[in-house]
Design a protein around this ligand. Structure first.
Ligand SMILES: [Zn+2]
Length: 277
């Protein structure tokens, strides 16, 4: 199993997951064209499916064109079926689905949108590649051998998506879910927002050396790929303020800063502060 990154639009990432039989699915294709170009250079790969985490146009924009060209199955949230173009395989929370030989568990991560889901692979990707908008496709050795979380916009490196249709309570539930998973997972998110997220993280937790170090090391981390994504959930546990809000001492520090009482109120205050940062 191999995981490729395909840059799209201004700061979107599409992913292509290659299964054991050279069959592949793409995750949240913002547009069809970058996927078609990628496949033209790799004629041995057969594109068989799309998986969608949520309905936003920069995640489903390529669905219909790719479906018409490749006759694909499209997997997405059953409870948001009306908003997923071409949906053929609706999935339910808690389902285990196998696509191109890759088995994934479906999690509820509504908050960014009311239908948002996350796909967790139950087996590891042997090889993982980063490819940013200004960079070159690069294999990242230390990311190999790990399972993936296709999180869409529910979690970013150093942050999370806006609350367009959800509440701080739901954001708390999403972060609690991610906090319950093994740090060994790859966070495979759909945007390159890491730098601005870490600047905000350093603003709300100025005493955190881990956040300062991650921000300082970011240019080197992005390397020739010019991409910081994916990276390990374990690093998010240490540097993502929305996950650190679950942790006693960091929670106290941020609650004082925002003058909030309780973790749900803190989630709301953090999200609002980031929206205006
Ligand atoms: Zn979105």
């Amino acid at each position: 199993m191999r995981l490729f990154q395909i840059p799209a639009r201004r700061d979107n990432y599409i992913y292509l997951a290659l299964g054991p039989e050279n069959e592949a699915f793409v995750v949240d294709p913002a547009d069809a064209a970058p996927v078609i170009v990628f496949l033209r250079e790799r004629p041995e790969i057969q594109l068989k499916a799309i998986i969608n985490t949520h309905h936003h146009h920069d995640h489903v924009g390529g669905n219909q064109t790719l479906k018409a060209k490749f006759d694909l199955n499209i997997y997405g949230p059953a409870h948001d079926a009306d908003r997923i173009p071409g949906l053929s395989h609706p999935v339910q929370i808690g389902d285990e689905v196998t696509v191109c030989g890759i088995t994934m568990k479906v999690h509820d991560v509504k908050a960014h949108t009311r239908g948002h889901i996350c796909f967790q692979t139950l087996s590891p990707f042997a090889q993982v590649y980063r490819h940013g908008h200004q960079g070159r496709e690069t294999q990242v050795e230390n990311l190999g051998g790990r399972p993936a979380l296709f999180v869409g916009d529910s979690l970013f490196l150093g942050g999370c998506g806006r609350l367009f249709e959800g509440t701080p309570q739901q954001l708390h539930e999403v972060m609690s879910l991610y906090a319950s998973l093994s740090g060994d997972h790859l966070v495979v998110c759909a945007h390159e927002y890491t730098e601005s997220n870490l600047r905000f993280a350093a603003h709300v937790l100025p005493a955190s050396e881990k956040i300062a170090q991650r921000l300082e090391g970011l240019p080197q981390e992005m390397g020739v790929a010019q991409s910081s994504v994916p990276d390990l959930l374990e690093i998010e546990f240490q540097t993502n303020p929305f996950l650190l809000a679950l942790d006693g001492s960091h929670q106290n520090a941020m609650s004082q800063k925002f003058e909030t009482d309780g973790v749900v109120a803190l989630m709301g205050a953090l999200r609002q502060a980031k929206d205006n940062f």
